[in-house]
Ligand binder design. Sequence first.
Ligand SMILES: Nc1nc2c(ncn2[C@@H]2O[C@H](COP(=O)(O)OP(=O)(O)OP(=O)(O)O)[C@@H](O)[C@H]2O)c(=O)[nH]1
Ligand SMILES: [Mg+2]
Length: 351
Amino acid sequence: MSEVAHPLGARVLAGDVRALARLCRLVDDGVPSARQALVELFPHTGKAWTIGITGTPGAGKSTLTDKLIGGFRARGLRVAVLAIDPTSPFTGGAILGDRIRMQRHHADAEVFIRSVATRGALGGLSRSAADIIRLLDAWQAAVVLVETVGVGQDELEVTRTVDTTIVVTAPGMGDEVQAIKAGILECADVFAVNKADREGADATMRDLELMLALGDAQRRPSAAAAGADRHGHHGAQSACGAAAPPVPAGGAEADGSWRPPIVRCVATRGEGVDELLKGLDAHRAWLATPPGEARRRARLADAVRLELRSALLGRAEDRMHDAIEEAVSRVARREIDPYSAADALVARLVG
Ligand SMILES: Nc1nc2c(ncn2[C@@H]2O[C@H](COP(=O)(O)OP(=O)(O)OP(=O)(O)O)[C@@H](O)[C@H]2O)c(=O)[nH]1
Ligand SMILES: [Mg+2]
C-alpha cells in the first residue's frame, strides 16, 4: 500500500481522532494541502460501508441514526457520522438537534461525529461531503452514516455518493409520501416508516407500498415484455419475469434488481431498529452481486465526472478569464449565442 507523506493524513490512517477532526476542517476550507492528503489517502479508502439517512424534516433521522450507531457499535464496529447541516429555510438549527440526539456516543472513542454546512458552489455540498466521507473511511470507520434532509438537489446528490440509502418518513407530517416522491424515491434502498407509535403509520406503509408497485409497473411496462425477458438478461435495467408480489418485503428480485424493504420503526424506543439493520445487511449483500457492483461503478463514474467538470472549469477560468468575460459581453450584446460561445471557448481550451 502506498505511503502517506502528509503528516495529518498519516495520523488519520493510524486512527487518530484529533488529526481526523483537523483534516476535516482543512478539507472544508479547501486548503490545498488537504487535497494532497485526500490524494494520498484515496488508495486506503473504499472499505467503509457508507449509509445515507435522508427524508422529511423532523421524521426522526437523527434519532434513528443514534440507534443505528448503537446497533453497529454492538457489533464492535467503528462508526463515523456525517451530519449535513442544511442551512435551508426548512430546518435552521438542525445541527443542534443532531448533536443532542447523538450525544451519548461522544465519549466513545470508536464513534466520530462531524457536521458540514451546505455550500453553494458547483457540486459544493456533495463534493465536500464525498471528501469528508473518504477521510472517515481512511480513519478505518467500518460504517459511515450520513444524515441529510431530503429536500434539496444538493442532498439528493449526497445520497448518490453512498452505498446504501435509508429514506425516513413518518405519519402525520402532511402528505409525507408526496413530499419525498420527487427524486428521493429513486434513491431509496430501504424505507423506514418512523413514529409508528402515531396514528397513520399503516396508511403511510400502504402509500409507500403502492408507490413502489407503481414504480415497478413503470419500469416493467407490460407482462408481455416481462415474459420475453424471462430467460435472458440480468441487471437493473432488464424486465422482470416474475409478477411483482403485492407487498414489497425487500430483497433481490428475480432479475437481480433491488426491491427496497419498508420497515416500521419507533426510533425513540429503538423499535424496528433490528429489522432496519437486517434490511441494510441484505442490501449490502446485494451490493456484492453483479447489478450491485454495476451501481457502485456508476457512482464512481459520477464522482470522476464531477471532478473532471470542476477541474476543467477551474483550468478554463485560470487560462481564459479574459476570453470568458469577453464572450459574456458578446452574448449580452447578442453578437453571439451562449452555445457557440461555449463551443469556441472549449475549442480554445482543448485545441
Ligand atoms: N413519537 C415519536 N417521536 C419520535 C420518534 N422518533 C423521533 N421522534 C421525535 O421527533 C422529533 C424529531 O426527531 P429527529 O430525530 O431530530 O428528526 P430529524 O429527522 O433528524 O430532524 P431534522 O434533522 O431536523 O430534519 C424529536 O422530538 C424526536 O424525539 C418516534 O418514533 N416516535
Ligand atoms: Mg436531524
